[in-house]
Design a binder for this molecule. Structure first.
Ligand SMILES: [Zn+2]
Length: 235
């Protein structure tokens, strides 16, 4: 890349002769992501990720497409913290969080299904992801957090996201008719438990206002507030 491009991407310039100091895009990205901007090895790792190939030195970044790819990537890192984290670790971080959420959901289902829980969850996974194979047993550990691209190019949520959604509906589905279709009646809803009550019974962390702040709010009101936000999201 040209020296001007290099400055733009990677080199911080101090204020000089009345010209204000200039922060490189790399430094801006590091600030947003709370990274150590002086870690050269790590920088090469990020640049390699942006380029989609391993480089040994920033001088290997070409002036045209390469520059654009790195610029796009660093801009995104500098601007959009949440989205950017996911491009950096598309699998690991998200997959771990989703598996934790699924673990909690299964504990909650156990409150209502007891020893029928494991076969119930296994059946859901089989129906959704096994695609008719009689031999392979698919478990939560086999599912991934990678978004699925259909043949027509449309992107749909990953397997783990789908499972979080479905298990959440098994607990929290309202059973009401929407768009001509009756939604699933969730186990929790059928039992008349609030989200808080279910989570306490299941022994999973509850992050309702009452549990977080020690504020005394009637459980029924909490439940109402939580549920009106977004129905499919179980937590
Ligand atoms: Zn709570």
């Amino acid at each position: 890349m040209t020296s001007a491009q290099q400055v733009y991407l990677l080199i911080d310039l101090p204020a000089k002769n009345g010209r204000p100091a200039r922060t490189s895009l790399w430094t801006a990205a590091c600030r947003a992501q709370q990274w150590n901007k002086s870690d050269r090895t790590f920088r090469l790792e990020i640049l390699s990720k942006a380029l989609g190939r391993q480089i040994a030195s920033a001088t290997e970044i070409g002036a045209l497409d390469d520059f654009d790819a790195v610029k796009r990537h660093l801009l995104m890192l500098a601007d959009n913290v949440a989205g950017a984290r996911e491009t950096i670790e598309p699998e690991m971080g998200r997959a771990r969080r989703l598996r934790d959420a699924i673990g909690d959901l299964i504990k909650c289902i156990r409150v209502y299904l007891d020893d029928q829980t494991d076969p119930f969850v296994a059946q859901i996974i089989k129906d959704k992801f096994n695609h008719g194979s009689r031999v392979t047993v698919v478990t939560v550990d086999d599912l991934t957090a990678a978004p699925i691209i259909l043949r027509n190019g449309r992107q749909i949520p990953s397997q783990l996201d789908q499972l979080v959604y479905t298990l959440g509906a098994c607990l929290n589905g309202s059973g009401k008719i929407r768009g001509g279709k009756r939604s699933r009646l969730g186990f929790r809803v059928a039992a008349g438990d609030t989200l808080h009550e279910m989570k306490i019974k299941a022994g999973v962390k509850c992050d309702c206002a009452q549990c977080l702040g020690g504020v005394s709010v009637p459980a029924s009101r909490l439940d109402y507030q939580t549920e009106t936000v977004k129905e499919p999201d179980p937590f």
